[in-house]
Design a protein around this ligand. Structure first.
Ligand code: NAD
Length: 360
């Protein structure tokens, strides 16, 4: 039976990196008889330009119908000053929440070939393999009330709300424990329970869920300490589970341990493993349209899609091997460039992965 993938290139470097990821996906599709059909749509600024909103109802309907979504990135200066209710990022938050994609998996793996590109000493990061599980549809990014008001004295005041229900915490904690079970049986739950009410509930519920996973070693860490430990001794972590805001920040920090945010894929899953797959980085307007962007995070997102949504681990592993082979050949985009390597652009990197995959 045909399975459908909705492709949303988005803005900035989005269309450039998606073009390369689609080349790789098309090849994997034919080589491994995956039976996937790709359909196109718009999200973010591209959708504002075409439909007047960052996520059109027709696109959302398509997203509900397909089996997986492949996304580039959204946002850019062109849409920075428009009404905040239709900013590009609103489209992204809406599609995540409407599809119930509550579990964001962000692996931070250091390819041995890129040890030099990390900002930390090779001995601190070599062999690094962390999985950050970020809660994606709750917390402060969605909480209400949120507003900017004018006080009686004329001063402006802004506020946000950080709510978490027990069921929201329980389901993301379970994902964290399940992932830890598949890896090295270590889960670190990151919160700010010394200050935040929502974090106190987070910790309590994670402890309750832990009773069903006696084989997984659970630890708790405050987010400020976790930020420090990630650069001090990152290999102490196996799986980290945390809320939306902390996960956003910590996963970007973890990305730099691996050399570049241009290397990091992500998966956002619902309760049935339907997912949206996207690189961890944004639309990089500073390099958009110049053929400079690293497409590997998006290509590796395709690999995560084949593994989690389509159960095609052979094809997923082949893509990961092709990426590793290309790094072995010494090809580097600017963000991961180091001495003695050959600098290539977005399309050349994508073509090299296609050629490496063809050979496998
Ligand atoms: P960014 O991730 O777009 O860029 C940060 C830095 O990393 C820039 O210097 C950029 O050139 C570089 N970079 C990012 N991806 C790269 C790649 N593939 N190859 C090489 N270099 C890369 O973050 P930002 O600058 O904070 O945000 C830019 C825009 O992206 C904003 O509009 C923001 O709202 C949006 N954004 C979107 C998403 C998303 O779509 N998921 C995530 C984060 C930011």
């Amino acid at each position: 039976m045909t399975k459908k993938v909705l492709v949303l290139p988005g803005d900035g470097i989005g269309p450039e990196i998606i073009a390369e990821a689609v080349k790789v996906l098309n090849l994997a599709n034919s080589k491994y008889n995956l039976g996937l059909e790709l359909v196109d749509g718009e999200l973010g600024g591209a959708a504002i330009d075409k439909h007047g909103v960052p996520l059109a109802d027709s696109t959302l309907a398509l997203a509900r119908e397909v089996d997986a979504v492949l996304l580039g990135a959204v946002g850019g200066p062109k849409w920075d000053t428009i009404d905040k209710s239709i900013r590009p990022e609103r489209g992204l938050l809406k599609i995540r929440s409407e599809l119930g994609l509550f579990a964001n998996l962000r692996p931070a793996i250091l390819y041995p070939q890129l040890a030099d590109a990390s900002s930390l000493k090779p001995e601190v990061v070599s062999g690094l393999d962390i999985l950050i599980v970020r809660e994606l549809t709750g917390g402060i990014y969605f909480g209400t009330p949120r507003d900017t008001i004018i006080l009686d004295n004329g001063e402006r005041k802004a506020f946000d709300t950080l709510p978490y229900s027990e069921s929201e915490i329980r389901r993301i904690a379970k994902v964290g424990f399940d992932m830890a079970r598949l890896r090295n049986q270590k889960l670190c739950s990151v919160d700010k329970a010394n200050v935040l009410e929502s974090s106190r509930l987070w910790r309590e519920v994670v402890e309750e869920v832990a009773k069903d996973y006696p084989d997984v070693e659970l630890s708790h860490m405050y987010v400020d300490n976790a930020a420090m430990q990630l650069v001090r001794a990152p290999k102490q972590f196996d799986v980290v589970v945390t809320d939306n805001l902390f996960g956003d920040i910590l996963s970007d920090e973890a990305s730099m341990l691996t050399g570049s945010i241009g290397m990091l894929p992500s998966a956002s899953l619902d309760a049935n493993n339907k997912g949206m797959y996207e690189p961890c980085h944004g639309s990089a307007p500073d390099i958009a349209g110049q053929g400079l962007a690293n497409p590997l995070a998006t290509i590796l997102s395709v690999s995560m899609m084949l593994r989690y949504s389509f159960d095609q681990s052979q094809a997923a592993e082949a893509i990961e091997k092709a990426v590793s082979d290309v790094l072995d050949q010494g090809l580097r985009t600017g963000d991961i460039m180091s001495a003695g390597m050959r600098k290539v652009g977005t399309a050349e990197m994508g073509d090299a992965v296609v050629a490496a995959l063809e050979k496998l």
